[in-house]
Design a protein around this ligand. Structure first.
Ligand code: SF4
Length: 247
């Protein structure tokens, strides 16, 4: 059995909800970087849109003090992933760098993994993806273009990770903190997404994951042990007297 201790790397992400403005730059960056098929009107109508990372919107409070909140949801790269044991052909498995890996050419399309995932972050290619002629040259050559019948999901931009690891190995060192950014974390204008090595106790992601505000999605209920850590929103406390003075 391989464990995270076998590797110097345990890739993870911190998502600071207090910084997320819901702008969706991360969604677009992920789509472009990873050759995620375009969401057509037809896909929307059939509720089969693709998005490896999505921004969930929810509301807090009652009218007129209702506030819109946003939370980015991506594959949580669970250490105890419900999607892994149900795959009959081992197309999804856990590697020794803390990532839940999807092997496209093993997938036979049973979709058991998507049913097992409580975060709904797996997407199935029901149709052969088609890009408009004008967009074909923008496909990323480092990322497989998936065909019909294949399950897919966020890979933490594994092609960027592998490139940095190869470079570091050639220079006889470990990947440094900040050397790798996933497409979403690179695009986020508010620095709400921080990617890095959780095994490196001095890394930014490792320090942030121990912040007082940290929590993991559904982990207390399901024991999924995600490698994505959320930081709770900080609520501004308004003194009653001050609120009245501001009208
Ligand atoms: S890019 Fe950053 S601020 Fe915008 S939706 Fe994504 S996480 Fe939130």
């Amino acid at each position: 059995m391989v464990t995270q201790q076998d590797s110097p790397y345990n890739w993870g992400m911190v998502v600071d909800i207090d910084r997320c403005t819901g702008c969706q730059a991360c969604v677009l960056a992920c789509q472009v970087e990873n050759n995620v098929p375009l969401n057509t009107e037809n896909l929307y109508k059939q509720q089969r849109i693709y998005s490896w990372i999505r921004i969930e919107r929810y509301w807090e409070g009652d009218f007129p003090d209702v506030k819109a909140r946003f939370i980015p949801i991506l594959c949580q790269q669970c250490g105890n992933a419900p999607c892994e044991p149900v795959c009959p052909v081992y197309a999804t498995y856990h590697n020794n760098e803390g990532m839940n890996v999807q092997i496209y050419n093993r997938c036979v399309g049973t979709r058991y993994c998507a049913n097992g995932c409580p975060y709904h972050v797996r997407f199935f290619n029901y149709w052969e993806p088609v890009w408009p002629e004008s967009l074909r040259n923008q496909l990323n050559p480092d990322v497989t273009v998936r065909s019909r019948g294949v399950m897919e999901k966020c890979s933490f931009c594994v092609h960027r990770i592998r490139r940095a690891e190869r470079k570091a190995r050639g220079e006889d060192r470990l990947v440094m903190d900040g050397e790798i950014q996933s497409a979403c974390s690179q695009a986020c204008p508010t620095d709400a997404l921080v990617f890095g090595n959780l095994n490196d106790l001095t890394s930014r992601v490792s320090k942030m994951s121990k912040d007082d505000r940290h929590y993991k999605l559904l982990d207390d209920k399901l024991g999924t042990d995600p490698n994505v850590v959320y930081l709770a929103r900080v609520e501004e406390k308004v003194e009653e007297g001050a609120a009245a003075a501001h009208g």
